[in-house]
Design a protein around this ligand. Structure first.
Ligand code: NAP
Length: 593
């Protein structure tokens, strides 16, 4: 690795010889399952005449990204009979699940709730083998979906889009890829994910290291086997690091974990799914997706509004003990909502988890280091673990606290800390996260009306209308853009795609070729997003969810990256816009000035 082996535009690491990426974390839970994903009302005559209006353009619709967002978008566009194309940087579909192949990568939401709900046929035919699917199985599922819906023929891989310009004369989009090829369309759907641009730590010497250095999001083929008996160092202790650490600890010769901030984490309790159990789950799909549709952030786990502090201690603890024994996010989501808004309630629940963690770690000094002190339980995205804490009881594992004793530099052979210690390693793993949410957009030069740069528009704070559109960027729809729900991501994706597809269907029916958010719409929506976030402890804390990434060359202010209100409320507002026949937008038909 050399000093300049980052990609200039967005500080993307080139640790494994790959420059950044494209992809998606998965979507919705709106209205249960439906088979064909479209209202089926667009006549082929209307589609044909819409396509005729666009005949000077390569496509009616271009979609960037072949993760779950891009796959479902493409499906809906094909259903409408439109000329659409998916352009994908990776060599295959899958998005997040294509890129993140590090050891132990898996869902930490129940597999059967974290997938597409729109096709009964797919739900009928696909069997999950674990409650929390490992990455290889999830990728196989995504490939199965793409095959089943015959979508690969609409996808162009190894195509990294670098620039997206709105062409005012023709009210169209022009995309340019990294080989200089261009693609034009009337509408543009961005399906580029929220955790897609990996970042290396801003530590001096990162590029001086001479051993193997891998970012978890660019894990090399066969990498896990290469770790056997090696001295491995890992920087980071987020969700990704936790899965990696617990998976490799007993395979490597030694593991040194460089931790800046400990995270609260609790047991995942994964298990195999038998054939019989899968049949029960299949029968339960309508109920699963109904629960997701009705819940605050689209999960199957639902909390309550009890007063945590006022609840008698024994009753409270009994309830928490019960939740602790359950699978998945139960202990994160099926709790009282005041744990997320009230410092005292949160401190009580944090103390409960502190006890649980301490009981699993032999050395109290190590336990001290693993207990978060700068944020409460659940105020950052809570990773779930399987044997993570026990790893630190192993003789071959060392925890280095780099908050009190920072890394001074990366050397040719390993890591040098300010106390003068050198940690020489054969493989250095960067589990240092992503330039989240806006990073995916900043990796492409988005240029709207009058040359407006999206990077500049959001530089002063994210502004959107419905999290789906941006003023000055007409005809562009964002699937998993900022200001959307980041809870159960497949549920959010499904809804955003559904809303966008319904708009495009309406545009085709009405031969509408221009759609732009207004200043008033953006101001009101952005204000609403900020209002929803008020009082949430999570918004007082630094994390990728609040837009903080200290590794970026440019300073980034803490920002409201996601919609913090209830998902049903979000969808109601979007449906109201649809109900008003999209009159909240500036709309033009072909030929209108
Ligand atoms: P992350 O949560 O942002 O964690 C990055 C880690 O790297 C943090 O521990 C951070 O420390 C550390 N770090 C970053 N820069 C550093 C530096 N310069 N020096 C020292 N340490 C540094 O990233 P992630 O773990 O990849 O997870 C991101 C998100 O992906 C998760 O929150 C989750 O939403 C998603 N994810 C999901 C799954 C799943 O579904 N199962 C699995 C993995 C990830 P600080 O905290 O001090 O900054």
């Amino acid at each position: 690795m050399t000093q300049d082996s980052t990609n200039g535009t967005n500080g993307v690491p080139k640790v494994n010889g790959i420059n950044g990426a494209n992809g998606v974390n998965v979507a919705n839970g709106t209205n249960g399952t439906h088979t064909n994903g479209t209202n089926g009302t667009t006549s082929s005559t209307k589609a044909a005449s819409f396509t005729k209006i666009n005949e000077d353009l390569d496509y009616d619709v271009l979609i960037i990204g072949a993760g779950l967002s891009g796959i479902y978008s493409m499906y809906r566009m094909a259903q409408l009979g439109l000329r659409a194309k998916v352009l994908e940087a990776g060599s295959s579909e899958g998005g997040t699940w294509f890129w993140n192949r590090y050891p132990g990568a898996r869902f930490d939401s129940e597999s059967y709730s974290y997938i597409f709900s729109f096709s009964d046929e797919i739900l009928k035919e696909w069997d999950w083998t674990e409650h929390f699917s490992p990455q290889p199985e999830t990728l196989k599922y995504i490939e199965f979906v793409t095959r089943k819906l015959d979508l690969r023929k609409h996808m162009q891989f190894d195509t990294r889009i670098r620039r997206a310009q709105f062409v005012e004369g023709s009210n169209s989009w022009k995309l340019t890829d990294d080989q200089g090829r261009t693609y034009t369309s009337r509408y543009l759907i961005t399906a580029i994910g929220i955790l897609n641009e990996p970042t290396l730590p801003n530590i001096p010497g990162v590029h001086d290291y001479k051993g193997e250095a891998w970012h978890t999001a660019r894990w090399p083929q066969g990498g896990e086997n290469q770790l056997q008996g090696k001295r491995v160092g890992i920087i980071g202790t987020g969700a990704t690091a936790i899965q990696t650490i617990q998976t490799i600890a007993d395979k490597v010769g030694s593991l040194t974990v460089f931790q800046r901030t400990p995270n609260w984490t609790a047991p995942l309790r994964n298990d195999k799914i038998s054939k019989e159990e899968m049949e029960e789950i299949r029968k339960d799909y309508p109920e699963i997706f109904r629960k997701c549709a009705e819940s605050y952030s689209c999960f199957i786990h639902v909390g309550d509004n009890n007063d945590t502090v006022a609840t008698p201690v024994e009753e409270r603890e009994r309830h928490w003990e019960h939740l602790y024994e359950q699978r998945g996010f139960t202990k994160v989501l099926a709790i009282s909502s005041d744990i997320y808004t009230n410092h005292e309630a949160n401190a009580l629940y944090s103390a409960f988890h502190e006890k649980k963690i301490r009981a699993r770690i032999n050395d109290p000094k190590v336990a001290d280091l693993l207990i978060p002190t700068n944020h409460g339980f659940g105020t950052r995205r809570t990773p779930l673990e399987s044997g993570y804490y026990e790893v630190f009881n192993q003789d071959n594992v060392k925890l280095v606290d780099i908050r009190s004793n920072p890394i001074e530099r990366i050397t040719a052979t390993g890591v040098h800390t300010t106390d003068g210690n050198d940690y020489d390693v054969d493989v250095l793993v960067y589990a240092t996260g992503f330039d989240a949410v806006t990073g995916s957009f900043n990796a492409i030069e988005f240029e709207g009306i009058g040359g407006t740069k999206l990077r500049d528009v959001w530089g002063e704070g994210i502004q959107t209308f419905l999290g789906l559109t941006v003023k000055n960027f007409p005809n562009m729809f964002m699937i998993m853009g900022p200001h959307q729900m980041f809870g159960n991501i497949p549920r959010s994706i499904e809804y955003a795609v559904q809303w966008t597809a319904e708009f495009i269907e309406w545009a085709v029916e009405n031969q509408v070729t221009y759609c732009e958010a207004t200043d008033e719409g953006v101001a009101a929506w952005t204000e609403h997003v900020h209002e929803c976030g008020k009082g949430l402890l999570a918004n007082e804390v630094d994390s990728w969810m609040t837009g903080v990434n200290k590794n970026l060359a440019h300073k980034q202010k803490r920002s409201m990256t996601r919609y913090n209100g209830p998902a049903p409320g979000y969808r109601k507002r979007c449906e109201e816009v649809k109900g008003r026949e999209y009159s909240d937008f500036v709309l033009k038909k072909a030929g209108e000035a």
